[in-house]
Design a protein around this ligand. Structure first.
Ligand code: PBG
Length: 343
């Protein structure tokens, strides 16, 4: 049988196609593949989301996000230090608010000593070289889990914008470098820009979650900040319909007109088409958010031995670069930066 096999290979080797172009030539060797490589992931492309919780020297696991923990402020400072030393340019902070502090109007968002503001101040003091992004939305603070204010079961757009502006101001005063409205209310970017400028905070950047979809992929994040259990209904009257992309162009155009410095698409991998279209259309800095559910899927499949963890992680991040992202918010930021540093 093996003789017959060798004979066959000899015969097959003689067969030649007359091809002028053979794309495989450039892929033949490792050195050639390196030369023709079009996109790369570097530490400079990464923003690391961190979950903050009360306490000291305290960390707790987020079960639906294996490897991700909620961190007390001192632990967050230590991780920010580590991220900076790995060359990660920025972090994004998300608080787990004590359920007793949550109410219908999200009052804790307007406490200048709330968890996020304290974390911003502590990190700014100890790790001044790292950029800090803060999410603007009421969901960590409301008893109903929505990003804005409710009138019965309806979200009040303009009243919500008024309070989101206050939240943004508090974060910026505490030292946040990037304000990232993730609430999807109409007109919030312009209102926040005007308020920041009126206070002389005109160097604070606005990263607009321009195309933020009403997605199933946020599930583990809602576990992490403790809103899964309390969310009443869904967010479909303000977050975008996954069916639409032209609408994403409208959202992004409005955000840019209102003063956004950077656009964001969220979730990430299921929305690479949206990312590509925004980048092609506006040619402005555009971030992608590899959200909690995307992270959880990779972790779950890898834990079962169904995919290779590190290869899937790197490939998923490369996909964002290829689709036009300037940077990616990813729970893998420190892991990837560490891996890149090791070489
Ligand atoms: C809050 C917010 C959410 C995420 C980021 N900011 C959840 C939501 O809109 O319900 C999700 C991030 C993730 O899933 O990793 N407005």
């Amino acid at each position: 049988a093996s003789d017959a096999g060798t004979e066959n290979v000899d015969r097959l080797r003689a067969s030649t196609l007359d091809l002028a172009v053979r794309p495989r030539r450039n892929r033949k060797t490792e050195w050639s593949r390196r030369l023709v490589r079009e996109n790369l992931v570097t530490a400079d492309d990464l923003i690391w989301p961190l979950f903050i919780i009360e306490g000291e020297r305290h960390r707790e696991a987020v079960p639906s996000m294996p490897g991700v923990e909620r961190l007390s402020v001192d632990e967050a400072v230590a991780e920010a230090e580590r991220a900076a030393s790995l060359g990660v340019p920025a972090i994004a902070l998300f608080p787990f608010t004590d359920p007793l502090l949550r109410d219908a109007i999200g009052s804790e968002a307007f406490n200048e000593d709330n968890l996020v503001c304290r974390a911003v101040r502590a990190i700014k003091e100890r790790v001044p070289e790292i950029g800090i992004m803060c999410d603007v939305a009421l969901d960590p603070y409301t008893s109903h889990g929505h990003d804005g204010l409710l009138d019965g079961s309806e979200i009040m757009n303009d009243a919500s914008v008024d309070v989101l502006v206050e939240q943004a101001l508090l974060q910026a005063r505490a030292g946040a470098d990037m304000i990232a409205p993730s609430d999807m209310m109409d007109g919030r970017v312009g209102a926040i820009r005007r308020a920041l400028d009126a206070e002389g905070l005109n160097t604070v950047q606005i990263v607009a979650y321009s195309a933020k979809y009403a997605s199933a992929f946020y599930g583990p994040f809602r576990d992490a900040i403790g809103t899964s259990a309390c969310l009443i209904g869904d967010k479909r009257t303000y977050q975008m319909d996954p069916s639409n992309t032209n609408e994403a162009l409208l959202e992004a155009r409005l955000d840019l007109e209102e003063g956004a410095d950077i656009l964001m698409v969220k979730p990430g991998m299921p929305y690479l088409d949206v990312l590509w279209r925004l980048k092609e259309t506006f040619k402005r800095p555009t971030f992608a958010y590899q959200v909690s559910g995307e992270y959880a899927m990779i972790e779950a499949a890898a834990a079962n031995g169904w995919i290779d963890h590190d290869r899937a992680m790197m490939e998923s991040l490369l996909a964002f670069k290829r689709a036009g992202a300037d940077a990616v918010l990813t729970y893998y930021a420190a892991t990837v930066a560490e891996r890149l540093k090791r070489g």
